[in-house]
Ligand binder design. Structure first.
Ligand code: NAD
Ligand code: ZN
Length: 379
């Protein structure tokens, strides 16, 4: 391509300060270096993880920064040593990578790549410790190795999954984080047995995808727990059979759930990021066999407190990033589930805005309205 090897000037939504609306700026995007790719982003969406680090309350502030990690795009050019993907390939960026060589990548059980696992504090490329974005020569920092709120971005090749070019990027972009995370948390980690009862804490995109995963796995009761009652109507479409709003009860949620289920749920999946909900999600599983899975990203100083007897009584607590999917190996297959109509993604997409109106996506999430809002880079 004519732009290969050159700096590209394009629009990006820059977060100059914590919690301040993003501002669309012209940025310079340097060419990809060794083992990096430069990607033209076509569609991106907003996940709560972007919001936590943009608010930077209880998270390390790194500014100015370009957020965004749930997206779909096309490879514009590749750096030295890249052989897996080529210009024109359709890709989904992923916030946690897969080098395919380390002990984690070689283990069938882990997706916590030694080289490219999620690092929310790093704002630079791992190759040379520099940013590829700048304005008037001043660096603008990256976010989780993806920074998709930009028309062009540079990523490590291990953080992009090459997908079927027939897959519509305006739909499958939501598989690049939230939906795969929730789905995998249920199917790969919680693994609810057929006929079991599952509690899902937090009914945003991640939690609704976890409910969908529990339904696909064959759970017969799926209890959605959320403080926002507006979530409940939508949640039915994702397999939730019952709802519980902690605000409607004087007793702790764990006790309410134990009463509803004759001693506790078989599985629970926490998708809120709230530490109290994490503890509730663990303490509400049945003794003897219950398994709880944490997915929400906690406050930097959060501490998980529970009585050790809860473990002795044979409850299991697990956590996961990206639903234990290996991004490059497994994500193309999740896209194929959509192509075979075994997984519906349209129902997760409730809003769409042009890039110039990206702050509307933040407003919608703050109000708890809708599920995912697609941000169209080309309006
Ligand atoms: P979201 O804001 O759309 O949904 C979160 C939901 O949780 C909201 O409906 C909110 O009302 C509810 N909630 C908040 N506190 C609660 C509480 N105490 N009890 C019950 N419900 C409560 O967010 P999302 O985009 O679906 O993301 C959910 C979480 O998953 C976030 O913490 C996000 O950072 C995290 N996440 C983790 C991974 C991972 O790989 N582990 C990947 C993506 C997102
Ligand atoms: Zn995310």
């Amino acid at each position: 391509m004519a732009t290969a090897g050159k700096v590209i000037k394009c629009k990006a939504a820059v977060a100059w300060e914590a919690g301040k609306p993003l501002s669309i700026e012209e940025v310079e995007v340097a060419p990809p270096q060794a083992m990096e790719v430069r990607v033209k982003i076509l569609f991106t969406s907003l996940c709560h993880t972007d919001v936590y680090f943009w608010e930077a309350k209880g998270q390390t502030p790194v500014f100015p920064r370009i957020f965004g990690h749930e997206a779909g795009g096309i490879i514009e050019s590749v750096g030295e040593g890249v052989t897996d993907v080529a210009p024109g390939d359709h890709v989904l960026p992923v916030f946690t990578g897969e080098c395919k060589e380390c002990a984690h990548c070689r283990s069938a059980e882990s997706n916590m790549c030694d080289l490219l696992r999620i690092n929310t504090d790093r704002g630079v490329m791992i190759g040379d410790g520099k940013s590829r974005f700048s304005i008037n020569g001043k660096p603008i920092y990256h976010f989780v190795g993806t920074s998709t709120f930009s028309e062009y971005t540079v990523m490590h090749v291990g953080c992009v999954a090459k997908i079927n070019p027939e897959a519509p990027l305006d739909k499958v972009c939501v598989l690049s984080c939230g939906i795969s995370t929730g789905l995998g948390a249920s199917i790969n980690v919680a693994k609810p047995p057929k006929g079991s009862t599952v509690a899902i804490f937090g009914l945003g995109a991640v939690g609704l995808a976890a409910a969908e995963g529990a339904r696909i796995a064959g759970a017969s009761r799926i209890i959605g727990v959320d403080l926002n009652p507006n979530r409940f109507e939508e949640a039915r479409k994702f397999g939730c059979t019952e709802f519980l709003n902690p605000k409607d009860h004087k007793k702790p949620v764990q006790e309410v759930l134990a009463e509803m289920t004759n001693g506790g749920v078989d599985r629970s999946v926490e998708c809120t990021g709230n530490i109290s909900a994490m503890i509730q999600a663990f303490e509400c599983v049945h003794d003897g066999w219950g398994v709880a899975v944490l997915v929400g990203v906690p406050h930097k100083d959060a501490e998980f407190k529970t009585h050790p007897m809860n473990f002795l009584n044979e409850r299991t607590l697990k956590g996961t990033f990206f639903g234990n999917f290996k991004p490059r190996t497994d994500l193309p297959n999740v896209v194929e589930l959509y192509m075979k109509k075994e997984l519906e993604v349209e129902k997760f997409i409730t809003h769409s805005v042009p890039f110039a109106e990206i702050n509307k996506a933040f407003d919608l999430m703050a109000k708890g309205e809708g599920i995912r809002c697609i941000i169209r880079m080309e309006s």
